[in-house]
Design a protein around this ligand. Structure first.
Ligand code: ZN
Ligand code: ZN
Ligand code: ZN
Length: 316
């Protein structure tokens, strides 16, 4: 017996680290956020990747992941919104519609964009003439993003044909989506070649959350991410790369993101309660945290962090 106890203890510790805490949504939640994709812009697997990260995924759909996207659902108002228009939008619209089956339309009541990198807006193409031929779907965009869509083809055609109706977003200005839901875009430093980049603060009747899928480095931001985390109930944060050197033969300083290793070091002095609010998302195909059995993933879970999973819901 004396020998068995420590083994049992070890086993139970191991069990704790392989399964992460479930996000909080109760059956009574009428307002919630749902995760519809967790991968970086290029998805998982990534085009032409022959490396170990992707090679088995071409024939195995179970482990594939969609591009980062969140859905917002207000059952009381019977409305749904998409955060991001990704290359996987046709699946994500279905998954979002399934959250509120009483609605006839499978189109969202609005699409809120963060920036003009391929994983975040090119899904808009499905609203155009070659696809849905939608009528004035509200697309919420910041000033540079709006200008980009209005002036660059083929996006300008969506505006001309009134497939989309661009709604103005302003940094730090709160948008009321419904009686229950508010959302506030805020600027974050990102490469910004074609548009500015925003993150969102989401506010429901009882919970608040943060969504920052892309940011160059935490210390380039004039705000303190640790303070921002303390002011919300949950935070979905840029987890693109695990550590420097992850993509061989590419200068990673040209595609800056806070490495998960750096974020974990920065958040080290946060109380466990705060760490548990943090869920990493927007994983590059090379990120070992995508692998359910990797040591990197288990280490993050053991430290109290979460890794976003498709289909998970956060009550708001
Ligand atoms: Zn991205
Ligand atoms: Zn790969
Ligand atoms: Zn980006």
């Amino acid at each position: 017996m004396k020998k068995i106890l420590p083994i049992l203890l070890l086993l139970s510790l191991y069990a704790c680290t392989t399964e992460q805490a479930k996000p909080v949504q109760t059956a009574s939640d009428n307002v919630f956020m749902v995760v519809l994709g967790i991968a970086q812009d290029a998805g998982y697997p990534q085009a032409a990747c022959t490396k170990v990260c992707c090679k088995d995924l071409w024939n195995n759909t179970a482990h594939r992941r969609q591009v980062t996207c969140l859905g917002l659902v207000d059952k009381e108002a019977e409305k749904v919104w998409l955060l991001e228009a990704t290359p996987d939008i046709k699946f994500q619209m279905e998954q979002l519609a399934a959250c509120l089956p009483s609605r006839e339309t499978h189109l969202p009541d609005g699409i809120l964009l963060t920036h003009a990198h391929i994983g975040h807006y090119t899904g808009l193409m499905h609203l155009g003439r070659e696809a849905i031929g939608a009528k004035e779907v509200p697309v919420f965009a910041m000033p540079r993003m709006k200008n980009f869509l209005q002036t660059q083809e083929p996006w300008a055609q969506l505006v001309r044909l009134k497939n989309i109706a661009i709604q103005n977003l302003q940094a730090d200005s709160t948008l009321v989506l419904s009686k229950n839901l508010k959302i506030t875009p805020f600027l974050v430093p990102h490469r910004d070649e074609l548009s500015e980049t925003v993150g969102y603060r989401i506010e429901g009747p009882s919970k608040k959350g943060l969504f920052i899928p892309d940011i160059d480095k935490w210390n380039k931001w004039e705000r303190s991410i640790k303070k921002e985390i303390q002011e919300v109930d949950f935070a979905y944060l840029d987890g693109t790369f695990f550590k420097n050197g992850e993509i061989p033969n590419r200068d990673m300083s040209l595609i800056p993101h806070p490495f998960i290793e750096e974020s974990v070091a920065l958040f080290d002095d946060l109380a466990m309660e705060e760490k548990k609010k943090i869920t990493f998302i927007h994983f590059n195909h090379t990120n070992p945290a995508l692998n359910p059995k990797s040591a990197e993933r288990l280490e993050l879970l053991a430290k109290g962090y979460r890794l976003a999973e498709e289909g998970e819901r956060q009550g708001l």
